[in-house]
Every structure is written in C-alpha cells, then in structure tokens.
Design a protein around this ligand. Sequence first.
Ligand code: ATP
Ligand code: MG
Length: 202
Amino acid sequence: MTDSRKDARHKAAMAKQKARVDANIEAADTQRGVAVLLTGNGKGKSSSAFGMVMRALGYDQKVGVVQFIKGQQLSGEEIYLREHCPQVEFHQMGTGFTWDTQDRSGDIAAAQATWEKARPMLQDPAFDLVVLDELTYMIAYNYLDAADIIAAIRSRPAQQSVVVTGRGGGAELQEVMDTVSEVKELKHAFKAGVAARKGVDF
Ligand code: ATP
Ligand code: MG
C-alpha cells in the first residue's frame, strides 16, 4: 500500500472513531455526582482515590477524606493533607487493625465512631467529593451495617461524588455505585521481596 493510501485509510478510521466518541459524549449529558468503588486485589485503589482528591482540589472543590484502617501507620497522603491542605476535612479511625489491637469490640466502636464522621459529610451538599478509604473491610468484618452505608450513599446530595476503596464490599454496595473498577494484581513487588516504599506504597 502506498503512503498516501495509508494516510487516507488512517484519516477515515480516525474520523469514524471521532464520530463515535462525539456521539457518546453527547449521550452522556446527565450532570450529577458519581459513586465510585475501587476494589480488587491489586495495588492502586487508595492511590487512585487520592488522585481524585488532587483533581478536585485543583478546582477548589470541597473534599472530605475518612480512612477506616491503618490508624497507626502514617502515610504520605495523610502528612500532605494535614500539612498543606487544611481545607480538606480529614479523619482517620486512629486504631490499628485487629491483628494489632486484638480488641474486636474496641475496633467496632472505633469503626462506628469513624462512620459518624463520614455520615454528616454524605449529608452536606458543601462537599463535592468524599473519600471513604478502606471502608469495604468494615462491611466485610460486620463492624458497620452495610444497609446503613448504602442508604447514606444513595441519599447523598445529587452533586456530591463519593469514592469507596477496599477489596470486596459485596453485591449490594456494587449495586448502588455508578462506577466500579477492579484493580487486578498481575505482579506485586512485595511478593518478590521488595519492601513497601515511602511515596509509593504509603
Ligand atoms: P495503594 O494505596 O498503593 O493504592 P491499595 O489501596 O490498592 O494500594 P491496599 O490493600 O489498601 O491496596 O494497600 C495497602 C498497602 O498494601 C499499600 O502499601 C499497597 O502498596 C500494598 N498492596 C496493595 N496491593 C498489594 C498486593 N497485591 N500485594 C502486596 N501488597 C499490596
Ligand atoms: Mg488502600
């Protein structure tokens, strides 16, 4: 095939693709907040959620973040948000997880107290984005009532977006979410003996 025929073919294919994309963009004309679930066993769930936090902050949107585990391990996102983003409402469960604390009823109390920080955010239209990091585990361990969480997500203000991260979460949670992405592990450095790294893993 001559170069000019290749060019013409390419141009036609691109025009077709553009028409398809334009039609899809035109069809997606509903303006409302979205509920996003980032799940699966691979790395990238929380980091994706914090990517959305950065996007929202770029537009001076109001952001709330509630983290449901890892209260004792400091993370780069926590340090950054606390030091540089006082406008972000940040809460953390503040205890370790069961294998650290060995205290199931204490963990349940902590989970419920933390949920009571998240709930008002989900009722407040001032928040553009609410991140509920590692929330799924609270449902999986029955520390929090899935129906209560689902009702709160469902009845949040129309323009508010919410991001939930964590493995699992159950079919009912998936049902209420608009976007569900599963991060699948193909490889993870940890399994090759590489230690979790500052700025990459925490
Ligand atoms: P990240 O915060 O890096 O986006 P994540 O939110 O997808 O990870 P979590 O299970 O919440 O996944 O991760 C907690 C920690 O475990 C992070 O330091 C992460 O890098 C690491 N991690 C995530 N997935 C795996 C995996 N498949 N094997 C080993 N470690 C993992
Ligand atoms: Mg995570």
